[in-house]
Design a protein around this ligand. Sequence first.
Ligand code: SAM
Ligand code: SF4
Ligand code: SF4
Length: 378
Amino acid sequence: MSSPDPLAASRRLIRLTPASDFRNAARPLPEPVSLPIGGALLDTRSRPLRDLRISVTDRCNFRCGYCMPREAFGKDHAFLPQTALLSFEEIARVARLMLSLGVTTLRLTGGEPLLRKDLERLVALLASLRTRDGSAPDIALTTNGSLLRRKARALRDAGLNRVTVSLDALSPERFARMSDSPIAVADVLDGIAAAQEVGLGPIKVNMVVQKGVNDTEIEPMAAHFRNTGIELRFIEFMDVGNTNAWQRDQVLPSGVVRERLAARWPLQTIGVPRPGATAERCSYADGAGQVGFISSVTAPFCGDCTRLRLSTDGRLYTCLFASHGHDLRALLRAGEDDDTIRSRLAALWQQRADRYSELRGRVGMDERERIEMSFIGG
Ligand code: SAM
Ligand code: SF4
Ligand code: SF4
């Protein structure tokens, strides 16, 4: 008799909140404030604004169960119409204003960002912008890698600096089950090779670990990426959105992953590279490279969270677990001038108090509606 499929079992628990309904919960941006002169723009917990994550599409060619389970994102799901999407020019305008407020890193995400037509044109627009100190922004991309072979060179030529590729398994069968798509794991590995060939580095690979689903892939993945210059990062399965049937007992704590790796390949802690970074990093004692651990559930890092997220349709989210966004598109399309928008963006950041991961499990927190990760990106 075949063993029960834990992924299928957890999918039966999915709350069928139509994934589209919740996107509409947006509020206006707060009223303008006078901007601090010089110095960093800080939120209520003294966190500066440093990173803007830009979702360029809500569509994806995968249906990872922890993100876009097919039961909720099937053929009846209403994706955003083209008119709802911010244009590349609108995105670049937002990025320019954000850079003037202290942002230094722009990360393109989705959905699957490489599904957005001519993405390299957006990258070129972003690469022409400057941070407050006059340097070029750091432009990164998070992708499932399936289209990277086709796009890597054009993206690099347009000014993309680096990529992070999501990959949860090497075994073709497990990869197919995790991604719930007909795309072969070999295509993703080839996409990573293409990124390496054109110098889109340092390359990182993100693996979401779901206990009982793909944790047997931990050591094979580590073995595969040792000595490649690619940093593999293990991500704890998170309770993002309302559709992925998250259960705490499917979270394999990073500490356990680390112990398992260290039992085979001794590790040395490097520590967190910079404030706002999400991963704790270790190096292999034998010099085979680095691995990272993103422990959003067991060791929240809200205290250093410097990230703001822009959805495909122009809403701003101050936290991955936010219950509502702020409607920036309305301001952009109403013809507001740069100074007004800029000071309203500043007000939004100054009012920010989010720290969901630190509060997870407290009464009322788990029941709140949350935006889907595929809508605002990772
Ligand atoms: N499609 C692209 C990709 O997969 O890289 C970009 C968007 S995806 C939403 C961004 C990241 O979010 C991926 O690395 C993915 O593994 C991660 N992610 C999505 N759902 C997650 C969950 N429930 N827990 C942890 N990470 C998650
Ligand atoms: Fe698509 Fe990325 Fe979500 Fe997987 S994690 S379904 S590849 S958006
Ligand atoms: Fe940042 Fe929200 Fe995640 Fe905390 S829970 S690290 S505030 S995105």
